[in-house]
Design a protein around this ligand. Structure first.
Ligand code: CP
Ligand code: NVA
Length: 310
């Protein structure tokens, strides 16, 4: 039976049930098929999505904007200097005002609490398009992509190498929700957030899957079905890039490392990649790599999310 998600905000994958996640995947697959065959699917005819971007974006910006158009609605882009929010109008007032004009808001920003507050005060659904803490749309897409490629999620092992950042956090939430094992290998001073690990351990206990937070890359990728990495310095951390590199060099995903994974492992990266740092071309462009399928699937999965909540 369909679960009614209308009006629901997507701030964190941890707020979704497994049934809701599966519903998103089912609709994503059907919308992907319709787009392929050219069948129209105006599920959000005339609806308006506001898209607030305090940080740059290629994939999130273009996939949400194209997505809302393909669903029959329109998208309004707001860059860092476009709203009074950027000149310190508060989140409460912004949420109340935008709720009078729009049918949904997608936001990419720095402080996660700002998205929590926006979702709390808005009378329309708010979709998190990345914060310093989480990137739920990306990870829902990644899980959908793994399911497409491997035919299942439960029981697979994902190894994440590198910074304990927003991607690591949403992967911890996402993998543990769907019953995948996840091992995070990061330097001891760049481990994921304790509260997120706690959330993931609770989910994993329920699903009977495993969570490991370790330091050694080779141990992490051993028998992995999926190897995932992300940049060593995220948006807003550019000034730390050189300092961080010292800690992260041994986490580079290269053929020497991937040799320890299963032969049919998938290489994944949310992109943008810093080729030559966290991943080398031989891996990113290898037959195991699904990075551009992931990027494409952002469109299908976010269309499903918008259609369900708006
Ligand atoms: N993966 C991702 O969110 O990419 P953008 O920063 O280009 O949106
Ligand atoms: N961790 C990266 C992800 C980009 C999609 C960042 O926040 O910059």
């Amino acid at each position: 039976m369909a679960i009614n998600m209308k009006g629901k905000s997507l701030v964190s994958i941890n707020d979704l049930s497994l049934e809701e996640i599966n519903q998103i995947f089912e609709l994503s697959a059907s919308l992907k098929q319709k787009r392929l065959t050219g069948e129209k699917h105006p599920l959000l005819e005339g609806k308006k999505l506001g898209m607030i971007f305090a940080k740059p974006s290629t994939r999130t910006r273009v996939s949400f904007e194209v997505g809302i158009y393909e669903l029959g609605g329109i998208g309004l882009y707001f860059g860092p200097n476009d709203l009074q929010l950027g000149r310190s109008e508060n989140i409460h007032d912004t949420a109340k005002v935008l709720s009078r004009y729009l049918d949904g808001i997608m936001i990419r920003t720095f402080a996660h609490q700002d998205v929590v507050d926006l979702a709390h005060y808005a009378e329309i659904p708010v979709i998190n398009g990345l914060t310093d803490l989480l990137h739920p749309c990306q990870v829902l897409t990644d899980l959908f992509t793994i399911k497409e490629k491997k035919g299942k999620l439960r029981g697979l092992k994902l190894a994440y190498l590198g910074d304990g950042n927003n991607m690591a956090h949403s992967l911890l939430h996402g993998c543990s929700k769907v019953g995948m094992d996840i091992t995070i290998a990061s330097p001891s001073n760049y481990k994921p957030d304790e509260q997120i690990i706690k959330n993931a351990l609770e989910n994993a206990a329920y699903m009977g899957s495993k969570i490991e937070i370790i330091e050694y890359p080779v141990e992490a990728v051993k028998d992995a079905d999926v190897i995932y990495t992300d940049v060593w310095a995220s948006m807003g951390q550019e000034a730390e890039a050189e300092e961080r590199r010292k800690y992260f060099v041994k986490y580079q995903v290269n053929p020497e490392l991937t040799a320890h994974a299963k032969d049919d492992y998938l290489f994944m990266h949310c992109l943008p990649a810093h080729r030559g740092d966290e991943v080398v071309d031989e891996v990113a462009d290898s037959p195991n790599s699904v990075i551009f399928d992931e990027a494409e699937n952002r469109l299908h999965v976010q269309k499903a999310i918008m259609a369900l909540v708006m």
